[in-house]
Ligand binder design. Structure first.
Ligand code: GDP
Length: 599
């Protein structure tokens, strides 16, 4: 690879850097700024455009950083920035045992502060134990800001008014406070002694370049200090990498954009790639790099190279890659038994594999890494998974989801995937609910809301079919008819009288059935039920006033034992307080005779 670096390339590789953060907080702008500064500062070709990544060599970093970086303090060759920002690509970027990115920049808008995706990114960084620094971006938007293009933060900070400085400080401390709420001890980067224990916050502007020298310095220092050992690789050894993206490319068929993090890959290598069903064994047909800008008009966008070494981004063209998965491992075989390499890839895939249950929801995601992140989040939310796969939502996923025994599990959660049109139709016919989103927590929240609605609907139907408790009293001088049926005025003390309910009366706690409600009238109008506090007239089929019932008698609707049990054990929180009171009094009466009644 063209590189002005003269240090021994056989031992230390470039650390891989990923940029994360909430949408619109400036991830892309920051990457553009770093690339742009590198192009301006460096000789043409000094920064190398890779597939999916940009390599910024140490001498360019030290030129941008000025006094902040003395190149003699470093022996790492520079930094390799992954070009696709966002935690989505970050989760894809995994290597054996964790994140592929060695280090991350979490971008937070100083004015906007912590947002949902900031939290989600932090969660992922925590889980993958990736060291990171926080770029507190958009400092130039603080009202009254005095711009000093590309200047280190200290210089530009000095040139601001007290008011501006105060405002910036407040915003920065808010971010530090938010980090601390999430369990990270953080401080402004110049106060951090130990970057392994504390998160450094670097104020920057991706627009004006202010603070970018500091950002690069801190990244470089952090890698040099704490990651040097991990960067020691056998550069000449067989290449190891991760698929970033699977892409059709005119003239080359299916290709895999790969980030190589160890060893070398050559144009005549046999490679093993993680596939949908099993590892794919194939021969490299071409290794492709982006053509330098000056030559781009000549022919293809790509240039064939004979070999590349870690760390780098490379497009690999080879037969049989259609089943390759983003996030899957790539390993060069070279001088080793093929079975060993296949076994290594299988082991890595198994490592990423999601635990599934007999029953559960179907999960689809665009990459292995995001599938894993989804599975983790669902595990936390205690949602079981029956099947988890990389790919768009297809009709066969609907078939799987439609067989779920529990209607709550007749659902597919798709992260960053499309729904194929025939799948959408099938889902409607089979009553399978589809949820798709590009933010994991939102996706899970949508599903949980759906579950709540389902549960509420289920309870409503149960309640509709259950006899509700009521305690009521026959009012004195309110007998309108003696019998066939008896019609009396009553006051409902607690609970709800429903039409057709059976009526009981307790004599010394012994329930005696007196008849059945055959009509309720409130102010001359027929009604289906009467609630606590109402005075209504009821027709009761069965008794005669003066014999089985008397004026002033306390009566109850007869709640069947099974219904009483469901009400007490499952629906107690769903029914109104007065109804619960009626239920409890009713249970007390029944249980004074039979302690296990309704249990
Ligand atoms: P991303 O979604 O995180 O990649 O955010 P972008 O890089 O696309 O930035 C979102 C918007 O914020 C764009 O309009 C940028 O021009 C703007 N922006 C990004 N960084 C800065 C900054 O430092 N200062 C100012 N004033 N605007 C910025």
């Amino acid at each position: 690879m063209s590189n002005t670096d003269t240090r021994d390339p056989t031992s230390l590789r470039t650390p891989i850097v990923a940029v994360l953060g909430h949408v619109d907080h400036g991830k892309t702008s920051l990457l553009d700024k770093i690339r742009g500064s590198a192009v301006i500062e460096g000789e043409a070709g000094a920064i190398t455009q890779h597939i999916g990544a940009t390599a910024v060599p140490l001498d360019i970093i030290s030129t941008i950083a000025g006094d902040l970086v003395d190149p003699d303090d470093f022996d790492l060759p520079g930094l390799l920035f992954i070009d696709t920002p966002g935690h989505h690509s970050f989760t894809t970027l995994r290597s054996r045992g964790g994140a592929l990115a060695d280090i991350a920049i979490l971008v937070v808008d100083v004015n906007d502060g912590f947002q949902p995706q900031t939290l989600e990114a932090l969660e992922i960084l925590k889980r993958s134990e990736t060291p990171f620094i926080v770029a507190a971006n958009k400092i130039d938007t603080v009202p009254g800001w005095n711009v000093n293009e590309d200047s280190p933060i200290n210089d530009t900070y000095e040139s601001q008014s007290d008011r501006v400085r105060k405002r910036l400080d407040e915003n920065l401390y808010e971010i530090i406070g938010n980090l601390s709420d999430e369990g990270f001890s953080a401080d402004l980067y110049w106060r951090v002694q130990n970057f392994q224990r504390n998160v450094g916050v670097v104020p920057v502007s991706a627009m004006t370049g202010e603070g970018v020298p500091d950002l690069l310095t801190v990244m470089m220092g952090l890698s040099q200090r704490y990651m040097k050992e991990e960067m020691e690789i056998d550069v000449a050894g067989p290449g190891v990498g991760t698929v970033l993206e699977v892409k059709e490319e005119k003239g080359f068929g299916t290709t895999i954009d790969t980030v190589l993090y160890d060893g070398t890959i050559r144009a005549d290598d046999t490679i093993v790639v993680g596939g949908m069903n099993k590892p794919i064994v194939t021969e490299v047909r071409a290794l492709l790099q982006p053509r330098p800008l000056a030559e781009i008009r000549t022919e293809s966008r790509f240039e064939k190279v004979d070999e590349v070494s870690a760390a780098s981004g490379i497009k690999v063209a080879a037969p049989d890659l259609a089943d390759a998965m983003a996030g899957a491992p790539v390993r060069v075989v070279r001088d080793r038994p093929l079975e060993d390499v296949v076994a290594e890839v299988e082991a890595e895939l198994a490592d990423i594999a999601v635990d599934t249950e007999e029953q559960g929801v179907v999960v689809k995601a665009d990459t292995l890494g995001s599938l894993e992140a989804m599975a983790d989040a669902l595990d936390e939310a205690e949602v079981p998974i029956v099947r988890a796969e990389v790919g768009d939502i297809a009709p066969r996923d609907i078939s799987v989801a439609s067989t779920a025994e529990d209607s709550k599990q007749q659902a597919i959660l798709g992260f960053n995937v499309d729904v194929l049109s025939d799948a959408e139709q099938r889902a409607e016919i089979d009553d399978v609910k589809l949820f798709t989103d590009e933010v994991i927590y939102q996706l899970i929240e949508e599903y949980e809301q759906h579950i709540e609605e389902l549960e509420r609907a289920q309870q409503d139907t149960i309640l509709d079919n259950i006899v509700r408790p009521a305690r009521f009293r026959i009012l004195p001088d309110h007998t309108f008819r003696q019998n066939d049926p008896a019609v009396v005025g009553v006051e409902v003390n607690s609970g709800t009288i429903q039409n057709n309910a059976n009526v009981v009366k307790f004599e010394n706690n012994e329930p005696e059935r007196v008849g059945q409600v055959k009509g309720i009238q409130e102010q001359g109008e027929d009604v289906d039920e009467a609630r606590a506090g109402n005075r209504v007239s009821v027709a009761i089929d069965g008794p005669t006033v003066g014999r089985q019932i008397e004026e002033d008698d306390e009566l109850w609707t007869a709640v069947p034992e099974k219904h009483a049990k469901i009400l007490e054990q499952e629906l107690a929180s769903e029914i109104p307080g007065d109804e619960l009171e009626a239920l409890n009094m009713y249970l007390d009466k029944q249980r004074s005779r039979d302690p296990f009644w309704g249990k």
